[in-house]
Design a protein around this ligand. Structure first.
Ligand code: NAD
Length: 327
């Protein structure tokens, strides 16, 4: 790549913050990194001195111009999103993220950006293929015929296609990964946007600290998912960005667990056993979802491998420290 800024859009968020940390760890100079986010700096999960940190609303074209000027690489990790509780109740806000990716692509084309990474999601997959908890893992072709998650998933699918057409029509080198659930420290664990791994940690910690040994689980607990630790997500993101993989590709763990099993793991880490109640009216998403990793293994000779128990241990410890610090 020619020298130029490496721009992390959504740099104040969970994955964006880790990405900036990882770039620094890999020897990129802080002055060569630009982190951009809508949130006030006080709310960024991670923020590093020397990095050009900017607060911008990337839904606007002018802001995207400012973000991408002088850039050689752009990572688009900015989106108005959250766990099921957020995306099922805020479909319009989720879809408005289309403005972020569209304007970023237009600005990246204008400034001759060399690589553009887009964080898509497993929510693009056809809902019909995710009705059974004993799911057959989703392979990339299962996104079509299209029937993605309402709101959030449609935006992701449309934006994937925009990336494709900017590459085909204008030669902008776009790369797209379909992230399956990512978890780890330095992310949301309360407030309504949290995802299952962080939410379960928070609930178990609350039960442990309060002595009220009960937990409410959204859905019947039999729904299945796979969860990818942040370190694997960062490794895969970089590998996909630098690869010749032109079509959207799964980036997710294939270690399938039910939500009940996820709770078992967190209880074991915390050393407690809780009485479970099931909220069948709460948003729970599809019944089953797993990542078919045939393609990523073929192209990269690698797949996300951090064991769920190991990643959850680190996540639990971080959330526990945050919650007890706050107290
Ligand atoms: P996050 O919410 O922690 O980070 C997203 C960041 O984007 C936030 O800090 C938010 O303030 C910022 N943002 C939102 N609107 C913006 C705007 N108009 N201008 C500038 N910044 C704006 O989420 P994350 O988990 O870090 O996710 C990063 C990306 O990966 C998102 O595109 C998300 O859809 C995708 N993804 C994440 C997961 C996951 O499990 N975390 C799974 C699939 C896909």
């Amino acid at each position: 790549m020619n020298s130029g800024k490496i721009v992390v859009c959504g740099g104040g968020g969970f994955i964006g913050g880790h990405l900036v940390a990882d770039l620094l760890k890999r020897g990129v100079k802080a002055a060569d990194i630009r982190a951009v986010d809508l949130k006030p700096f006080s709310e960024w999960y991670q923020k590093f001195p020397g990095v050009e940190n900017i607060q911008l609303d990337l839904q606007g074209l002018e802001a995207c111009d400012q973000a991408t000027k002088g850039a050689s690489v752009v990572y688009n990790l900015a989106a108005d999103m959250g766990g099921m509780g957020f995306i099922e109740n805020n479909k319009c806000l989720c879809m408005l993220s289309v403005l972020i990716n569209t304007h970023l692509l237009m600005a990246a084309k204008k400034y001759g950006v060399q690589r553009f990474f887009y964080a898509s999601s497993a929510c693009v997959y056809n809902a019909d293929k995710q009705r059974d908890p004993n799911i057959t893992a989703l392979k990339e072709a299962d996104a079509y015929p299209a029937m993605p998650e309402d709101g959030y998933g449609w935006e992701k699918l449309f934006s994937e296609r925009m990336c494709r057409h900017f590459r085909e029509d204008f030669g902008l080198q776009t790369r797209v990964a379909r992230y399956h659930n990512v978890y780890g420290p330095h992310g949301t664990y309360d407030g309504g946007r949290e995802k299952a791994p962080a939410a379960v940690c928070r609930k178990v910690i609350q039960a442990k600290l309060s002595g009220k040994h009960e937990i409410e689980i959204w859905g019947d607990g039999h729904q299945t998912r796979s969860f990818q630790y942040i370190d694997d997500c960062l490794y895969g993101t970089e590998a996909i960005l630098n690869s010749d993989i032109l079509e959207p590709i799964n980036l997710g763990s294939s270690e399938l667990v039910s939500i009940n099993q996820l709770v078992d793991i967190v209880e074991a880490i915390a050393g407690v056993k809780l009485k479970r109640s099931y909220n069948l009216t709460a948003p729970k998403g599809v019944n089953g979802r797993n990542s078919d990793n045939t393609l990523i293994k073929k192209y990269l000779g690698w797949e996300p491998g951090t064991k769920l128990r190991d990643g959850m241990e680190k996540t639990y410890r971080w959330i526990y420290d945050e919650m007890t610090k706050k107290k």
